[in-house]
Design a protein around this ligand. Structure first.
Ligand code: ADP
Length: 266
């Protein structure tokens, strides 16, 4: 057995090395499949608005341009498709920059309550059109968090935009906070249609939509929640969702409590 032992050992080493290599190959194959799927998805998403704009422009060139009413209507539709294309490319860039770590987080203390007030102002028109009430439910004078202001602005903008988009007319979008052991949880609650249980674990994937045609028609890129997820991961936090069909959804995320500036305290 003294002679056999070293051979056995070598054999074992070869086996474990082969297993390791196989694992690496499997991993690479998975990555490659993922990359292919991603390129196919992106191409498809890009084609949709390009195809639409192309159709309107060509119809105009083919003669529709002579009729003033048709002209304006088709140009408006072409412009809308191109705006959608612009949004999509912007979101894709943001997502890839966050994923490759090109965007460094800049942490600071800021008042998230004031940020939400500013975002509510931006959505006032859209909410008014659907008779949706925007409510900031807090008695606190300010809510200080420690985070990247610009990125959290994007997270809140995406979540509030969705809450308004997927709410029925006459609904309510309510933002509230809960403080707990050095963290602040922000809740964004809507009275929308809710998300089916079989879809809810997939809504943070790129381009995943519960209702493809409805979401597109509402002007979504399908990347909003993927961006939210990545930004929260960048903050070593996560975004959570609780939803009830026909009643609505609550999205939430935790951030560390910010330090009040000692120079400003009196
Ligand atoms: P989109 O641009 O399509 O809104 P998102 O990544 O922001 O893309 O959201 C993905 C999908 O999740 C949406 O298409 C929609 O089906 C669903 N969704 C997101 N937010 C809500 C919400 N507040 N209520 C109901 N469904 C939602």
């Amino acid at each position: 057995s003294n002679v056999m032992n070293p051979l056995k050992k070598i054999n074992e080493e070869i086996f474990s090395y082969a297993a390791l290599k196989q694992k690496e190959i499997d991993e690479l194959k998975k990555l490659e499949a993922f990359r292919k799927e991603f390129i196919a998805d992106v191409s498809h998403e890009l084609k949709t608005p390009i195809f639409a704009a192309q159709g309107f422009v060509h119809t105009l060139l083919d003669g529709a341009v002579k009729d003033k009413n048709v002209r304006t209507r088709f140009l408006k539709k072409a412009a809308k498709s191109l705006d959608g294309l612009d949004m999509l490319v912007q979101d894709l860039l943001t997502l890839s920059q966050i994923e490759t770590g090109e965007i460094k987080m800049h942490y600071e203390t800021f008042d998230i309550k004031r940020l939400i007030e500013e975002i509510f102002d931006q959505f006032e028109n859209k909410a008014d059109k659907k008779n949706i009430e925007l409510i900031l439910d807090t008695t606190q004078h300010e809510v200080l968090v420690y985070a990247d202001w610009q990125r959290i602005n994007q997270v809140l903008t995406n979540l509030i935009s969705n809450a308004v988009k997927y709410s029925n007319d006459g609904g309510k979008v309510t933002v509230s906070f809960q403080t707990n052991k050095g963290t602040i949880t922000t809740y964004i609650k809507d009275t929308g249609e809710g998300i089916p249980p079989e879809d809810v674990h997939r809504i943070f994937e790129r381009f995943y939509r519960v209702d493809k045609s409805r979401s597109r028609e509402k002007g979504g890129t399908g990347l909003g929640l993927a961006i939210v997820k990545h930004i929260m991961e960048g903050h070593r936090s996560k975004v959570e969702v609780k939803t009830t069909m026909g009643k609505g959804s609550v999205f939430s995320f935790k951030l560390p409590v910010g330090e009040a500036d000692p120079l400003l305290e009196d």
